[in-house]
Design a protein around this ligand. Structure first.
Ligand SMILES: [Zn+2]
Length: 264
């Protein structure tokens, strides 16, 4: 919760703002303070409908053997012109907080996971106008290109912090990973809240999925009545439930444990 709150205090933080850069540095500093991890900011420029823009992915790597498992979340907020103090507590803030908390557990394990785990905090997920070739998913597209042929799997967390925690795995995810997510949920007694969905979701897992890297999105795309809080000023700290953040972190750690057991 503290890590969601800290992000909500950096407004605005949509891509290209000083707030976005400050958020990247805030993530880097927290990640760098952990044990056994190598952290860097990957800056790059990309075309957008508003011209060339600088984006920054934050990448935190835990060592291990073989290809890494990537765990991702986006930290940029949607640009809401009419809500300059937009907090993006859930759509942005929650995923980042969950990843940092999973990182803390991974960093403090007595027996580390055998495979490398790379946590990537994406910039530029949100589009300026409409998702299209040069609008949105900038950070994940860049990373998917860099990791093509070089990653074991990709797990994304997005919008995971509201009271009514229900993960609906999008249709456009890899079947072998969906199976592991459902098994992890069953082992945690969370099967009632983690389901296979039928919706196609455009999100940061997609560039990886399309690059042939097994990818899955842990998303609760039902935020407020009829998703009414999504991309509005209502997406703020008071909507976030720490238990939901905790369940998501537990789910990711269980997925990693199953991957270790089954040598995924
Ligand atoms: Zn969004």
């Amino acid at each position: 919760m503290e890590m969601v709150k800290a992000q909500c205090e950096i407004v605005p933080r949509h891509s290209g703002t000083p707030g976005a850069e400050k958020t990247a540095e805030w993530i880097r500093d927290i990640a760098s303070s952990m044990h056994n991890v190598k952290v860097r900011i990957d800056s790059f420029s990309d075309d957008t409908p508003a011209g060339k823009m600088t984006f920054r992915n934050v990448i935190a790597e835990f060592p291990g053997k073989g290809k890494p498992i990537i765990i991702g979340a986006h930290y940029d907020a949607k640009k809401l012109t009419l809500t300059p103090d937009f907090q993006a507590a859930n759509d942005g803030g929650s995923g980042v907080a969950v990843l940092l908390s999973v990182m803390k557990t991974v960093a403090s394990q007595k027996k580390p996971f055998p495979f490398p785990i790379h946590f990537i905090f994406f910039d530029g997920e949100e589009c300026q106008i409409d998702y299209s070739g040069n609008d949105g998913l900038h950070g994940s597209k860049k990373a998917a290109k860099d990791y093509t042929g070089k990653a074991r799997a990709m797990i994304l967390a997005d919008m995971v912090g509201d009271d009514d925690w229900n993960i609906s795995i999008p249709e456009n995810c890899s079947p072998e990973l969906k199976k592991i997510v459902l098994q992890a949920a069953a082992e945690l007694n969370l099967s009632d809240s983690v389901k296979q969905g039928s919706m196609q979701v455009l999100d940061d897992h997609l560039p990886f999925f399309e690059a042939g890297i097994p990818a899955v999105n842990l998303i609760d795309f039902d935020y407020g009545p009829g998703n009414a809080y999504w991309h509005t000023g209502e997406d703020k700290l008071d909507k976030i439930n720490p238990e939901s953040l905790g369940k998501t972190a537990d789910l990711i750690l269980k997925i990693l444990a199953i991957m270790e057991k089954t040598s995924f």
